[in-house]
Design a protein around this ligand. Structure first.
Ligand code: SF4
Ligand code: SF4
Length: 153
């Protein structure tokens, strides 16, 4: 062991160096939040729980039943059933199985009617797996969160 090493060891240089890093973060700005009391604001391009949008005037779904989102979905977790009513497509079923969704955003990107959007809802934890299965009614109800910056389920 060299004299330099002996001096370093006896002066606890490494320990002091380590403590200086701890001290720097102790007095500096916090990088964590006290969740769930504090919430972070997701990044603008964050993709959370889906919503289906309706026309505010009529309450009719924007969805034209083209099935593009269902077709492009890499997880195949969108289920749509349609029927013809008075020469219009009626959306009888529009379900998403969130437990299989990878939140890629392809469904929102491909939609020609701006009917399906991904909100900033990120608190999806649940004890009941069936809650991950979103029905048309749940997706429509979630449109209230479509333009919020940070939201709870
Ligand atoms: S976000 Fe991706 S995986 Fe999830 S439903 Fe949409 S297309 Fe499918
Ligand atoms: S892509 Fe849009 S319009 Fe087509 S079925 Fe999906 S939500 Fe409806």
């Amino acid at each position: 062991m060299s004299l330099k090493d002996i001096i370093k060891k006896s002066a606890f240089v490494e320990i002091l160096q380590g403590m200086s890093v701890t001290g720097k973060y102790f007095v500096g700005d916090k990088v964590t939040v006290e969740y769930p009391k504090e919430k972070i604001v997701p990044y603008p391009r964050f993709r959370g729980m889906h919503a289906l949008l309706t026309d505010p005037a009529t309450g009719v779904l924007n969805c034209c039943g083209c099935h593009l989102c269902e077709t492009i979905c890499p997880s195949q977790c969108i289920y749509i059933d349609t029927s013809e009513v008075d020469n219009h497509k009626s959306i009888d079923r529009f379900d998403i199985d969130l437990s299989r969704c990878i939140f890629c955003g392809f469904c929102e990107e491909v939609c020609p009617c701006a009917a399906i959007v991904m909100t900033k809802v990120y608190e999806l934890a649940t004890y009941d797996k069936s809650e991950f299965y979103l029905t048309k009614e749940t997706l429509v109800a979630n449109q209230v969160n479509a333009h919020k910056e940070t939201v709870r389920r």
